[in-house]
Design a protein around this ligand. Structure first.
Ligand SMILES: [Zn+2]
Ligand SMILES: [Zn+2]
Length: 368
């Protein structure tokens, strides 16, 4: 924190990757190191010096898969941010904070009725917060949404970046599911960046049973140490085969066949098919992962099952301190799931993570 900050160093996405359907040519995306001025901070705004910013599947979607950003390039990606306040509102200066991935407007009907996580006027760093994102030295943000970090013990501030998205989305999903102690839960895609926290979150909130489903055996084994009671490897199995295996587990463990809460976190068609196959009497399916793919289902079954399918998006900033507490009290482990790299490795890190999902969430730390 050496004096007044005049400039922000940042890795801007000047151009996302694009695919030309006619020529079948892929133009690779471009990241460029830039210096931009610190904007005039508005009342209620602060400047955060970034400690770390997590690389999320969503960033890769923007960069590689043609998912459009609200602010058009050039913009800086990155929405999983922790840091320290260095300018703006005096009351915040010097405080360590987590910047929520989704910051509601607090004025609209959704915000006023407790649904601010899906506010249509929300701001998301690395997408709709002007051109600002977390893969930078600093970022200007509204102070009202910040989650203050206190007593973080030996957990580095950079690691806590994952609380901004990967660890909080599952909390909102659990709320949507009305998850109660004693509930039986399935997490489809339990090995993913968000999925592994979904398993841990369900357990931390008192789930009796957590069944994890995914394909990577090494990561499934890890899930057994962090939240999952039993896992199913779905490699080369269709939804029918998974349902059969699941029923076998229920029988073996004396678990009911009804009332399961299913979290689909894989954001894939096969994952959705597995989830729909498992949805049964009085069950709930919570859709946490996103895919453009269309999945077929006889909606009439919901009537027969007295069941529900529910979507969930982001997490209310109000819930962040609760999740941070769970992380700091080690009810939720992040240390086993975080890898820190210098921000200058952003291009290789994106390419590597795009090619195959990493074992751990990669958090980039500024080294401009
Ligand atoms: Zn994300
Ligand atoms: Zn709003």
């Amino acid at each position: 924190m050496g004096g007044v900050v005049n400039m922000i160093w940042t890795w801007q996405m000047v151009q996302p990757a694009s695919f030309n359907k006619e020529t079948k040519e892929t133009t690779p995306g471009k990241l460029e190191k830039k210096q931009i001025p610190v904007p005039q901070l508005q009342p209620g705004e602060v400047l955060v010096e970034v400690a770390g910013c997590g690389v999320c599947h969503t960033d890769l979607g923007y960069f590689y898969d043609g998912v459009p950003t609200v602010s058009k390039p050039p913009l800086t990606l990155g929405h999983e941010i922790s840091g320290i306040v260095v300018a703006g509102d005096q009351a915040w200066i010097g405080k360590e904070v987590i910047v929520p991935a989704v910051m509601p407007c607090r004025k609209c009907i959704l915000c006023k009725t407790g649904r601010g996580n899906r506010c249509l006027d929300q701001k998301m760093p690395g997408n709709s917060l002007a051109s600002y994102g977390g893969f930078s030295s600093h970022i200007p943000v509204p102070a009202v949404d910040l989650c203050e970090v206190k007593n973080r013990g030996n957990i580095p501030l950079s690691h806590l970046a994952v609380v901004a998205d990967a660890a909080t989305t599952p909390y909102q999903a659990a709320k949507r599911a009305d998850l109660q102690p004693g509930d039986n839960v399935v997490v489809i895609g339990i090995t993913g960046g968000v999925g592994q926290y979904m398993g841990q979150m369900a357990k931390a909130l008192g789930a009796k049973t957590v069944v994890g489903i995914a394909r990577n055996q090494e990561k499934l084994n890890r899930a057994l140490k962090f939240g999952a009671d039993v896992v199913i490897n779905s490699t080369d199995k269709d939804a029918g085969a998974i349902s059969k295996e699941f029923r076998g587990i229920c029988k073996e463990r004396g678990l009911p066949a009804t009332g399961w809460k299913l979290f689909e976190v894989s954001g894939s068609k096969p994952g959705q098919e597995i989830a729909l196959g498992l949805l049964s009497f009085t069950g709930k399916l919570i859709v946490v992962g996103f895919t453009m793919a269309k999945t077929e289902y006889s909606i009439g079954r919901l009537m027969a099952f007295d069941a529900e399918i529910i979507g969930t998006w982001g997490c209310l900033p109000e819930y962040y301190p609760i999740v941070l507490d769970m992380v700091l009290s080690k009810k939720i482990n992040i240390e086993e799931f975080v890898e820190v790299r210098p921000m200058s490795s952003i291009a290789e890190t994106f390419a590597g993570a795009h090619k195959s999902p990493p074992m751990k969430r990669i958090v980039l730390t500024p080294d401009f």
